[in-house]
Design a protein around this ligand. Structure first.
Ligand code: HAM
Length: 420
């Protein structure tokens, strides 16, 4: 046993999980592309100030969870804890507002947060996200929510609750903030985190895991929204109702990133345990400007791939992963090995349409031939690999320009013409 283990909070992805992730990736990409979102790949690390500025200094992510390091030239960098800040940075840097008539982008990749690991919570995890830049209207918020829902329903994850809230704007949030400060100041025995946050970021108290039960009568943002924000939030709800998307308004939903304005949402699944948010997002109307760009109101979401796959455990998604069609190449007579080896290469390249001629599907996986293995152990291996077909090179058939294809399930053999 190796003395080395994957670092705490990280995990190796292999076997069924690797296949499932590949399928989730394929499904998400096809949904993103269908809705006209284009991929952006950004670096895994960025200037630390980008995250401090966008996510907010008084957030858990910035205060406690970032992997910060200095490179050899003393630059302060951080592994990305999320994708939105990097995407917005790239959008401004490459003047994509001038280049793209509609700012719809998606990204997939590893994110890093120094959190306390538990089921569904890792220090390195995968996100797939979409950002819709430049549309200030509530239909963009709903399009983003529906996009997330569409990906989930393609994995048969329908047993979810969509929590939504509005965090208002620069006009109305200060009123709410003050009401919260007044309210929380009257409550005794706040936990250390809440005491600290009361000054800097009172909204965060609303989702404190320790104290939240003490906050039964906390003010709600919806009662403080200005007319424009109220109208926006009402239209979001009307549109959701129009398309038959169920949701619940959740006054306690404040999110852990400071860039949000107006609509925020989380999709929660009871199949995942305490880390039940499988995807989340919201509107961030001021972020592009804060990072040096124009005033470009935007909205987006990200799903946590590992959590989504946890939610898909009992939906039949894993059982219905595309079946591999493995073809095993076996050699009955060692002297035919070179011929079998050449055949395997031709089959890989589908030379002269060989797959069609042998009645094999296009997407086969090819294994073998193996040197120094007798025929019995070759067939044993083919069985272990769950090969669907075994192509057998035997001397008699080969001399007659033939090969045998054995169907491993029915145990029937068919002869095919094959000229080396
Ligand atoms: P977030 O809520 O921090 O939002 O993360 C989005 C999703 O990533 C979560 O709902 C969860 O599924 C997954 N996730 C977060 N932390 C972990 C973790 N430690 N381990 C496993 N999965 C995790 C954002 O990151 C925003 N950038 C979303 C967004 C995009 N808002 C607007 N645009």
């Amino acid at each position: 046993m190796s003395q080395y283990k994957a670092p705490r909070g990280t995990h190796d992805i292999y076997g069924q999980l690797a296949l499932a992730l590949e399928e989730l990736d394929r499904i998400s990409r096809s949904v993103f592309r269908k809705h006209n979102f284009k991929e952006i790949k950004t670096p895994m690390f960025e200037d630390v100030a980008l995250f401090t500025r966008s996510i907010g200094e008084a957030t858990d992510i910035v205060e406690k969870e970032m992997y910060v390091f200095e490179d050899r030239k003393g630059r302060k960098l951080a592994l990305r804890p999320e994708g939105t800040a990097s995407l917005v940075r790239a959008y401004i840097e490459h003047r994509l507002d001038m280049e793209e008539p509609i700012g719809k982008f998606f990204y997939c990749g590893d994110m890093f947060r120094y959190e306390r690991p538990q089921a569904g919570r890792y220090r390195e995890f995968l996100q797939m996200g979409a950002e819709y830049l430049g549309n200030p209207n509530p239909n963009a918020d709903v399009e983003i929510i529906l996009l997330a829902k569409e990906i989930l329903s393609k994995l048969n994850i329908n047993d979810v609750v969509i929590h939504i809230n509005s965090l208002g704007c620069a006009n109305c949030r200060p009123v709410f903030r003050q009401k919260l400060i007044d309210y929380f100041s009257s409550i005794k025995d706040l936990c250390e985190d809440c005491k600290r946050r009361l000054e800097k970021n009172p909204l965060r108290l609303l989702d404190c895991k320790i104290d939240s039960c003490k906050f039964q009568n906390a003010p709600a943002m919806k009662d403080c929204l200005c007319d424009d924000c109220k109208k926006h939030f009402n239209t979001v709800q009307t549109l959701l109702q129009t398309v038959g998307c169920e949701y619940t308004v959740d006054d306690r939903l404040v999110r852990g990133l400071d860039y949000y304005t107006r609509t925020v949402f989380e999709v929660r699944s009871s199949a995942v345990g305490s880390q039940d948010a499988i995807c989340a997002g919201g509107r961030y109307d001021n972020l592009v400007k804060e990072l040096g760009g124009q005033q470009i109101p935007s909205v987006g979401f990200a799903l946590g791939s590992e959590r989504v796959l946890m939610a898909a455990q009992n939906t039949g998604f894993f059982e219905n992963l595309p079946k591999k069609h493995l073809v095993f190449i076996a050699v009955a007579d060692e002297e035919l090995f070179n011929e079998a080896f050449k055949f395997a290469n031709n089959l890989m390249a589908n030379k002269d349409n060989i797959k069609q001629k042998l009645n094999l599907p296009e997407n086969i996986i090819i294994e073998g031939p193996f040197l120094n293995k007798n025929l019995k152990s070759q067939f044993k291996l083919a069985d272990k690999l769950e090969a669907q077909k075994t192509i057998l090179f035997g001397k008699t058939e080969f001399e007659q320009n033939k090969i045998l294809i054995k169907d491993m399930a029915t145990k029937t053999q068919t002869e095919f013409e094959y000229k080396a």
